[in-house]
Structures are given as C-alpha cells and as structure tokens.
Design a protein around this ligand. Structure first.
Ligand SMILES: Cc1ncc(COP(=O)(O)O)c(C=O)c1O
Length: 459
C-alpha cells in the first residue's frame, strides 16, 4: 500500500459516499450503521480498503473483470499516451488503437471478421439483438425475429437484456418486458430436469423443442453464455454444444455467444466457446477485454452478417443505424491491446488452465471434508461450489449462511463471491474467479479461507 493511502484520513470519503453514492446491487439500509466498503488501491492480486485492510481478491474486482491484476503500469501508460494523442472521436470514424486492436482480436477468432465497439456487456448484447431484428426485417419480412435465451443465463441490465435474462430475481419488478424473447431450459447436470445418461444431448434437444413450438420461421437467434456465470457457474454437459450447433444450422438460427465473462482468457482459452468447438455468428465481450482499466465492449461477427448491412448502398435504411457515443473512446482499445499483450507475454492462458485445475482440486478436497458442498464445477479460473443443506435431496443451503461464508472470508482478508439475486432459493453457489496471474500460493490461500469459513458457519 502506498504511503498516501496509509497516511490519508479517508473518513471524509466514507461520509461523502454514505451521503451521496447509490452503490450497485446492494441494500443500503445497513450503511446507516456500518460503513460502506470503499476500495482504495490494488496491486497484483491484492486490494486495500479505506481502513487500510489488505485483501486477496479471488473475484477479479468483484465481477470477474480484472483479469491481468491490479497496478499494470504499461496499460496506464498506453492509455495516457493515447488520451493525449487522440482521446475521442465518434465511431463513424476509425481510430489507430481501434483498428490495431480489432486486427489482433480477429487473429484470435477464426471465422469472424468484424468488430463493433461499444462500452458495456449489456450494450454489446443489445447491438446483437438489434442486428438480429434488422436481419429479420431485411430477409424475412420481420417474422424471424424471436431471440431464445436460457434459464439461469444473464445478458445484462437494460430492459431488453433483462427480457433475455433467465434469472427471475434480476428481472422481477422491472417489467413489462420486451416481446419476442423466449426461454429455453438450463443445462446444469447437478440439477438435471430428467435422469438420462446423455443429459447434454437432452438439454440441447429442449432448444429444438422450443424452436419447433415457436415455429422455426419465427426464431432468429439463440443467445447463450458458453459457461453460465451469475446463474451458478455452469459449464456445459458433455455433448451439449455440438448438438446446439447442429440445431442452429438446421433451423437457420444465428448463434450469439455471450463472452462477457468468459472472454479474453478466463477459461484458459481466449474465448469460452473455443473450448467446445463452437462456430458462432455473434460474440459479445466486455469485462476482461481491458481488465477494467478502461470501459470497452465489443460485438464481433462474421463477414456474412456484415455483408447483409451493406448490400444495397442506395437504400438509406440498409445499414446498421446504431451508435454508441463512448464506443468512440480510444482508451478502451489502447488498454485492450496491452491487456492482450500481457496475457501472451506472461503465458496467462497456460497459467489459467494450471491454476484452474488446482482450484478445482482444492475445492473437491473441501467437498470431501464439508458435506455442505454439494457440487464443484468450473472451467479455468472460473469456478463454483454449490452449497446444499442436504446432499441427498440437494436442498439449497440457506442464502444467509452462504453470505456468512462470503463475509467470514472477507474478514479473513479474502474476497470471494456468491450468486446474488439470481434464482429464488438458489443464491447458493460460491464463486471464484481470481485474476489469471494467480500463483499456486494464492489459490491455496483462497481455499484455506473457505475451509475455515465453512467450518465456522456450518458446524
Ligand atoms: C454473461 C454476462 N453478460 C452480460 C453482462 C452485462 O455486462 P455489463 O454489466 O457490462 O453491462 C454480464 C454482467 O455481469 C454478464 O455476466
């Protein structure tokens, strides 16, 4: 921690925050008696709060974002230099970092060729939804406009994204929703809807059932997370993705993969979909693209999709009539270039795979010891441990006790997460997404804190 942080009295900041800040996704009544948490400084895997307390961050900035860790001078320098040279111009024009990063990104995404910049995961998903709707109008008289989404998946916070959201607690009270979004069943093997040896195929077949029920000529796209994040950290079951791809091709349904969490290294591949041999039509990404050093999101698509928006230059309605003001900020791609270079130069994809395997092994060892851990799952440094009151019935653990585990880890100086206001009664999965730079000792420190917390809360 810097001398500035140690020596500065931040009590005024805490009071200004308490008086004026509306924090995200949190009930504020407790702040009448306890201080709101304010994070002041970060270095590597560690963050310090306003009281000077040090924490090991096992959730990359709370929401799986700071993939390359804190305090990266080369990102800060690149952003500074770029801001002085050319901070902003509307996205109807190009920029040097925009073109350079797009070129680098496309090298990592065979089959895709076009990058549309904007500034949040929700916004990137909205862009894809709008493209699907416009394609429906261009090609199918507006009919093939429905967008399928999956139970437990999350695609963002806007009303359209909530309409594509499979988490009832995030959605409730924000309706009426946007029409034309239709849910397909989840694919969480631990809570399989049926008993079958080929659950992956079964879960994918449910998507086909929905397409047939709705009418294939009305379904334009299927939007899925490669590994569901906030809905419980759900890697796909064996056989799921190849069948999903087959179904999309059969019914001419565009496949939109939401990589907002998985994208840029989190699962040990550049993109989550690349673990499963998927060939998407749209890929959206945000959080890890610049590790939170600048706001940037991208929608990436194929030349085939792109071509549909320029095939009649005489028609004033032919192109994508959309803009994102801050999609023209150059800090995003400047930071993203450095972020990508760091991942390559430091071998962070390989580290993610190795440390991810260690994290899973450690969690499995905890499962042997603590009956409250019903299931352990994950891919790379993107893992979850689902807590249950009873292993036989799989009754979810009480949410207050799940939160008590998170709270106890925090008191020990380790920040972990838990599914939060997702599905009623199912906010019971502990979430782990440490930065891709995690060391073996960091992973052991995380699981050792969880071990102590589980012992304390559940014995
Ligand atoms: C899978 C997924 N998609 C989209 C979003 C929305 O991203 P943003 O908060 O940047 O709008 C999130 C946010 O957590 C997410 O987890």
């Amino acid at each position: 921690m810097s001398v500035a942080t140690r020596e500065n009295d931040l009590s005024h900041i805490v009071e200004a925050d308490r008086a004026h800040i509306w924090h995200h996704l949190i009930q504020h009544r407790p702040f009448e008696t306890v201080d709101p948490r304010i994070m002041v400084e970060g270095k590597g895997m560690r963050v310090w709060d306003a009281n000077g307390k040090e924490h090991l961050d096992a959730v990359s900035g709370g929401v799986w974002t700071v993939n390359v860790g804190y305090g990266r001078e080369r990102i800060a320098n690149a952003v500074r230099d770029q801001l002085l040279q050319m901070p902003y111009f509307a996205g109807s024009a190009g920029s040097i970092p925009g073109a350079r990063f797009a070129e680098r990104l496309i090298e990592k995404m065979p089959g895709l060729s076009r990058v549309y910049y904007c500034n949040s995961g929700s916004e990137a998903n909205e862009k894809a939804f709008k493209m699907v709707r416009q394609i429906a109008h261009k090609r199918y008289g507006g009919k093939k406009h429905k967008i399928l989404y999956r139970e437990r998946d999350y695609h963002g916070t806007t009303i359209a994204c909530l309409s594509a959201g499979g988490q009832p607690e995030r959605n409730a009270q924000y309706g009426p929703y946007v029409p034309g979004f239709v849910e397909v069943p989840h694919c969480l093997g631990y809570r399989a809807q049926v008993e079958t040896v080929s659950y992956g195929e079964w879960a994918a077949d449910q998507i086909e059932e929905v397409i047939l029920r709705e009418g294939p000529d009305t379904v334009g796209a299927l939007c899925l997370e490669p590994v569901t994040a906030g809905g419980g950290v759900i890697p796909p079951p064996e056989g799921y993705w190849s069948r999903v791809q087959e179904i999309c091709r059969k019914y001419d349904v565009l496949l939109h993969i939401d990589e907002v969490v998985c994208g840029v290294g989190r699962t040990g591949e550049w993109f989550g979909y690349q673990n499963y041999g998927i060939e998407p039509d749209f890929v959206t990404m945000a959080k890890g693209v610049a590790s939170g050093y600048a706001a940037i999101a991208c929608l990436v698509t194929t030349e085939e999709v792109f071509a549909m928006f320029k095939d009649d230059a005489d028609d004033p309605m032919n192109y994508f009539r959309d803009i994102s003001t801050f999609g023209g900020c150059t800090a995003g791609p400047a930071a993203a270039m450095e972020n990508m270079a760091i991942i390559e130069e430091e071998g962070l994809l390989e580290n993610t795979t190795a440390r991810g395997a260690q994290l899973i092994d450690n969690l499995l060892a905890l499962q042997e010891k603590h009956r409250v851990i019903g299931d352990v799952r994950g891919k790379g440094l993107f893992c979850g441990a689902e807590l249950v009151a009873d292993r036989q019935t799989k009754e979810p653990a009480d949410e207050k006790r799940v939160q008590a585990v998170v709270g106890d880890c925090m008191a020990q100086g380790v920040v972990i997460g838990a599914t939060n206001r997702s599905l009623p009664g199912f906010n019971n999965t502990l979430c782990f997404s440490p930065a891709l730079i995690s060391s073996a000792d960091d992973i052991d420190e995380i699981t050792s804190a969880v071990d102590k917390a589980l012992t304390k809360v559940f014995s």
